[in-house]
Design a protein around this ligand. Structure first.
Ligand SMILES: C[C@H]1O[C@@H](n2cnc3c(N)ncnc32)[C@H](O)[C@@H]1O
Ligand SMILES: Cc1ncc(COP(=O)(O)O)c(N)n1
Ligand code: SF4
Ligand SMILES: [Zn+2]
Length: 428
């Protein structure tokens, strides 16, 4: 039985219990949301994955992308990245490898971490042939089955990219056309073979495989806009409509899903995207890359992604995919991954502050920081900081004689007002 079947039958499994406990909510609420497809707990039956809840009532989750490319094949380095991502607080990792022995890399990553692991099986199907468009429908489904057998917890399938998308794309005046890697394979395949995307045409078969291993489907955003000028157009919204239908079919088949989203989007169109996706996909958990809110910041795209992620979170995004400083430039290094994760974690925290409000964990952490600041308790501030070492290093670089900091020294506002009030203002 899949987790969703259990949930629909009213059974609270240990995974649901664990999620409820971690989030501080009632286990039957988790069960009921899993039954409706509003919370996903990606967990392959072949793997002892840490249960992580994504979706309604859940704190915001973050994913780290890792993996080789054809230009950079160093399995040990990728395993290191996966471990570092877990240690840094990632709730999931995706192995997006496209170079080297993909089965071996995946096996090692699945062993190296306890958090859910996601993959994109079409990358392996494409790699099995000399040119991408020569992959067969069997290659695609065999890759999905292989990943499922190996214990992968969730797979991205660009099943919403179909002949209809192709027509919408033809009629559009997109500058960047398609920037999703899996989306580009699918579009090229359809153009070459004159047939519809097998993952769309035979979606029921995909569901059968997923169901056998209770593997979650991450419905990929193959048509996501790759630049600000392309955002919020018909190819994108057409894909949302299709993905919504696929969510419905997945739920009927008791397969958990979440939906991936765009892309490059200007700040004032993020709400439209997020609300539109939530509506069209009947409240399915949303998994976003970015959105990146400008095109001109290579080297800073972890920041453009975090700005977009925070705004998207405000409107209901559940799961943030980290973006690193090397986006659009190169395969990320270990340092890039750490930097990207930290900034994404920060975005997730700002979302949780408003999502959970004063009773939530994020708010309590902020309030503790406020007290530590008021008390000029530096050790406590470092302890509460998102990166205490960085904070300490910066403070220590400029010494001060005062117990404040070198920004104002003895003219420290906090200190002056505190002393002026004396005993007159009651504490806490
Ligand atoms: C969909 C997103 O996945 C990321 N991405 C794609 N391949 C890799 C890889 N091997 N390692 C890390 N991130 C990757 C890019 O950031 C892209 O924007
Ligand atoms: C959040 C997220 N992570 C990974 C992918 C896969 O990448 P691609 O669509 O480029 O194949 C995606 N579409 N969305
Ligand atoms: S990240 Fe680099 S390789 Fe990948 S689609 Fe963009 S330009 Fe091409
Ligand atoms: Zn981009």
């Amino acid at each position: 039985m899949t987790l969703m079947e259990d949930a629909k039958l009213g059974i609270i499994t240990p995974a649901m219990e664990a999620v409820a406990k971690a989030e501080g909510i009632d286990a039957d609420t988790v069960r009921s949301c899993v039954a409706k497809g509003l919370i996903a707990i990606p967990r392959n039956i072949r793997r002892e994955t840490l249960p992580i809840g994504i979706g309604k009532y859940m704190s915001t989750k973050i994913n780290a992308n890792i993996g080789t490319s054809r230009d950079c094949i160093d399995i040990d380095a990728e395993v290191e990245k996966a471990k570092a991502a877990e240690a840094f607080g990632a709730h999931a990792v995706m192995d997006l490898s496209t170079g080297g022995d993909l089965n071996e890399i995946r096996t090692r990553i699945l062993k190296a971490v306890n958090i859910p692991v996601g993959t994109v099986p079409i990358y392996q199907a494409a790699a099995s042939r000399k040119i991408v468009v020569e992959m067969t429908s069997d290659d695609m489904f065999n890759a999905v089955r292989k990943h499922a057998e190996q214990g992968v917890d969730f797979v991205t399938v660009h099943a919403g990219v179909n002949l209809n998308s192709l027509e919408r794309l033809r009629q559009s005046d997109r500058i960047m056309n398609v920037v999703s890697r899996g989306g580009s394979f699918t579009i090229a395949w359809m153009l070459h073979n004159g047939e519809d995307n097998p993952f769309y045409a035979e979606f029921d078969y995909l569901l059968e495989i997923a169901k056998e291993y209770d593997m979650t489907l991450s419905l990929g955003d193959g048509m996501r806009p790759g630049c600000i000028a392309d955002a919020s157009d018909r190819p994108k919204f057409m894909e949302f409509i299709t993905l919504g239908e696929l969510v419905k079919r997945s739920r009927a088949a008791n397969v958990q899903t979440f939906v991936e989203g765009p892309g490059h989007v200007p700040l004032n169109e993020i709400e439209l995207s997020v609300r539109g996706m939530k509506e069209l996909c009947d409240g399915a958990p949303l998994y976003l890359l970015g959105p990146l809110v400008t095109d001109i910041a290579p080297g800073f795209d972890h920041i453009t992604g975090a700005i977009g992620g925070a705004v998207a979170g405000m409107h209901g995004t559940d799961f943030l995919c980290m973006v690193t400083p090397s986006e659009h430039l190169a395969l990320p290094s270990l340092e890039d991954i750490k930097e990207g994760l930290l900034v994404t974690k920060l975005a997730a925290h700002t979302i949780d502050l408003i999502k959970e409000g004063p009773r939530g964990r994020a708010w309590k952490q902020d309030t503790a920081m406020a007290y530590a600041r008021r008390d000029l308790d530096w050790e406590k501030q470092f302890e509460l900081a998102i990166d205490g070492n960085r904070a300490r290093k910066i403070r220590d670089a400029r010494k001060t004689e005062s117990d404040a900091c070198s920004m104002c020294g003895e003219l420290c506002a906090v200190k002056i007002v505190k002393e002026a009030f004396g005993e007159k203002k009651k504490e806490e």
